[in-house]
Write a protein that binds this ligand. Sequence first.
Ligand SMILES: NC(=O)c1ccc[n+]([C@@H]2O[C@H](COP(=O)([O-])OP(=O)(O)OC[C@H]3O[C@@H](n4cnc5c(N)ncnc54)[C@H](OP(=O)(O)O)[C@@H]3O)[C@@H](O)[C@H]2O)c1
Length: 331
Amino acid sequence: MALSATRCLSLKLEKACILCCVSLLDKLLVVGSTGLVGSKIASLAHGYEFETYNTHNSRPSPFPNSTKLDITDRDATMTLLAKIRPYAIINVAALTNVDYCETHKEEAERVNVGGATSLADAARQNNSRFVHVSTDSVFDGTYGHYTEDDMPNPINHYSKTKLDSETVVAQLLSYAIARPSVVYGWHARVGRTPSGSTKAMNFAMFVLDRLGKSEPVRVVRDQYSSPTFADNLAHSLLRLARLTENGIFHTAGRSCLSRYEFALLLAKIFGYPPDLVQPVSTGEFDQAAQRPKNCCLRVEKAEKALKMHFLTAQEGLIEMKKQARSKPNDR
Ligand SMILES: NC(=O)c1ccc[n+]([C@@H]2O[C@H](COP(=O)([O-])OP(=O)(O)OC[C@H]3O[C@@H](n4cnc5c(N)ncnc54)[C@H](OP(=O)(O)O)[C@@H]3O)[C@@H](O)[C@H]2O)c1
């Protein structure tokens, strides 16, 4: 393994380490820095004493030290990882548009399973810790409030690829699998990828966009999740990169809300008329992929292991509103 600064210092070999380490900081590679979660990790990583490297794919990265990498290119992946030899890798690269994955199954498998497999192999080869982001929707949504010990049973192709990637990652010597739920937060890079394989906006930004234009927004009342504030999630992933424990961790918000309830809370906290939010049932939308009804997650295990608090939806949205006030142009 590339000599880690933490280990060097704990061995009290500071002088020797300065000679043998390129940098005193551990190297972190964020794969997918142009995405919602990746951009938050890349912004926050310095607070965890990492020397951060990033990758981007179809969109340019706003972050320094970023290399273009398509994770379906196995040779390019192995070469980049051998060059950086990171202490830890956080993989947030994926095809995330659930309906797109349903209609482009092979492509979804190539990126979400094949890409994760190459990264996992590269992690093994370089003795890197691998933090891989999966999803709450590995569960079928029959009863909700899932713990890490509950049995996954994905009901759409996107979720199946994510579960398959978990299986690959769980064979590593040092790994953590994080499962968030509907992720929200400000994201400057809202442009669609050329193929439409990622969503243009996360759910909260989409709802705020409509409410801001005084347009009604139809939201499903029969799908429950644990809305996860992207910044809070990024902190948990950085902590997982520093943790030595292996396993699955539910890294989601503390609330269990329907999309409709979440949209109403958005309207309330951002000061928009609640009657613009209109409840509908899932059956009223014509979607390619089936959606689980209730994928709320329990987060006690991760809170204990990471010594942190996962925000309720109310707390997360208040934080999001504060960010809008302090950095109105940075969205
Ligand atoms: N957002 C949610 O509600 C949610 C919920 C549960 C789990 N998750 C999981 O959380 C993780 C992060 O989600 P997110 O919302 O941040 O995703 P996102 O905003 O859609 O970003 C996806 C990232 O993946 C990269 N990417 C896509 N295809 C790639 C390829 N072939 N090679 C290399 N990079 C590729 C994109 O790069 P370019 O933009 O440069 O092409 C982008 O950086 C994903 O694993 C997702 O499955 C998300």
